[in-house]
Design a protein around this ligand. Structure first.
Ligand SMILES: *Cc1c(COP(=O)(O)O)cnc(C)c1O
Length: 396
């Protein structure tokens, strides 16, 4: 099976982890600071705080903002459940916002409509690796005194109007899960320019204790105080060493992802059954995923899987998960654009080590699949999108 995503691990990555195994520090040692420094450099922010996962990083952001019962946070429906779960961890209420049909990114106008006196923050999600439209989002957040946050788990290395992802919101969360750009096994981080928030994030990941073990070692003091309730959300030196080594491959990995995406765009340009998402012209897409809308998606998905092409679907809209329906009374009709898209999206295989030959094999299989699955039957909504004008040439 050709996977939809796959990590890129070389001998130097392996050596970096083995070096840590031979060192004095397996966790919260020098590699944590080094990885955080390297991440802050990529994001062009003053601070980066690592966490044990992207989900823990998202939780950290909600805690740092002191989201609590009675607070509402706007989040797009078309995302991984963790984007909304982090709000619920804090006792807050996620308010699901619809997405734009051509990009599946948060619809700023719908976000504006859903602001209430209880709204505290907007969590934008850079779906598939395309940065959201941050300038109008920042303006909206500013107007209503809301915090603008980013779930940038798909978009490390991307940029918006020449500003790097990680610097586009008050705080931005990243994931180092193996399918993401930097694979550390597990791991996450938050980038920010705000020193006070960075301090809160650091305490939160370490039980709410004011100093970490290494700091106390340096001072030669055993004394510590827990000043708030926190978790053990630390990322180990083993993971950070792998992350540092992986970060060196970020640029070549992104270049290869963009090359493959351009090949896909070109190949499906003439197709009436396969519609790649649009890309706005003022940004650099990080292509965590290559998503196209296809007619007759379930049949196409099954047919491609049966022929060894590991396509995937991202995502079932979060408000349709049974947990959200039961807890918050959400359901069909809340975000119609996301719901229609969810019936048609297909993520094609995309990873840096994918060869040209495998790309060609996927193109061939995907091109003939809708035909093999019978007449295309797009929803009326999708037909409108398919016939409508493109925002820009999707290849960049
Ligand atoms: C991967 C991902 C997460 C969670 O990251 P983990 O490291 O797996 O916890 C959160 N949000 C989005 C959009 C993701 O893709």
């Amino acid at each position: 099976m050709i996977p939809y995503a796959r990590q890129w691990i070389d001998e130097d990555d392996i050596a970096a982890v083995v070096d840590v195994l031979r060192s004095d520090w397996l966790t919260t040692g020098p590699k944590v600071e080094e990885f955080e420094g390297a991440l802050a450099q990529v994001a062009e922010t003053r601070h980066a705080v690592t966490f044990s996962s992207g989900t823990a990083a998202l939780h950290g952001m909600m805690h740092a903002l002191e989201i609590g019962p009675g607070d509402e946070v706007l989040v797009p429906a078309m995302t991984f459940a963790a984007s909304a779960n982090c709000i619920v961890y804090q006792g807050g209420r996620p308010i699901f916002v619809d997405v734009e049909p051509e990009t599946l990114l948060l619809d700023v106008a719908d976000a504006a409509r859903k602001i209430t006196p209880r709204t505290r923050a907007i969590l934008a999600v850079d779906y598939a690796g395309q940065p959201c439209d941050y300038d109008p989002l920042s303006a909206l957040a500013h107007r209503h005194n809301l915090a603008l946050l980013a779930d940038a788990c798909h978009s490390l290395g991307g940029s918006y109007r020449s500003r790097p992802v990680g610097s586009l919101a008050l705080m931005s969360a990243f994931s180092f899960h193996p399918v993401k750009h930097v694979a550390a096994g597990e791991g996450g981080a938050v980038t920010t320019n705000d020193a006070e928030l960075a301090e809160r994030l650091r305490r939160f990941r370490n039980h709410g204790i004011a100093t970490d073990h290494r700091e106390r070692e340096r001072r030669g003091s055993w004394h510590y105080e827990m000043i708030q309730l926190g978790f053990n959300y630390r990322l180990s030196d083993l993971h950070c060493a792998l992350g540092i080594s992986q970060l060196a491959k970020l640029r070549p990995g992104l270049e290869r992802r963009r090359e493959i995406a351009a090949r896909y765009d070109e190949s499906f340009k003439a197709s009436s059954e396969i519609h790649p998402l649009s890309v706005r012209p003022d940004l650099e897409h990080a292509y965590h995923l290559y998503v196209a809308r296809v007619a007759n998606r379930e049949a196409v998905y099954n047919s491609l899987r049966a022929s060894g092409i590991g396509v995937n679907v991202h995502y079932l809209p979060v408000h349709l998960h049974p947990f959200y329906q039961a807890r918050f009374g959400t359901g069909k009709g809340l975000c119609p654009v996301a719901e229609a898209a969810a019936e048609e999206v297909l993520s094609l295989p995309l990873y840096p080590k994918m060869s040209d030959q495998v790309v060609a094999q996927v193109v061939d299989a995907v091109t003939i699949a809708p035909e093999r699955c019978g007449a295309p039957h797009f929803s009326s909504f999708a037909r409108k999108v398919a016939n409508g004008p493109r925002l820009s040439s999707p290849s960049m």
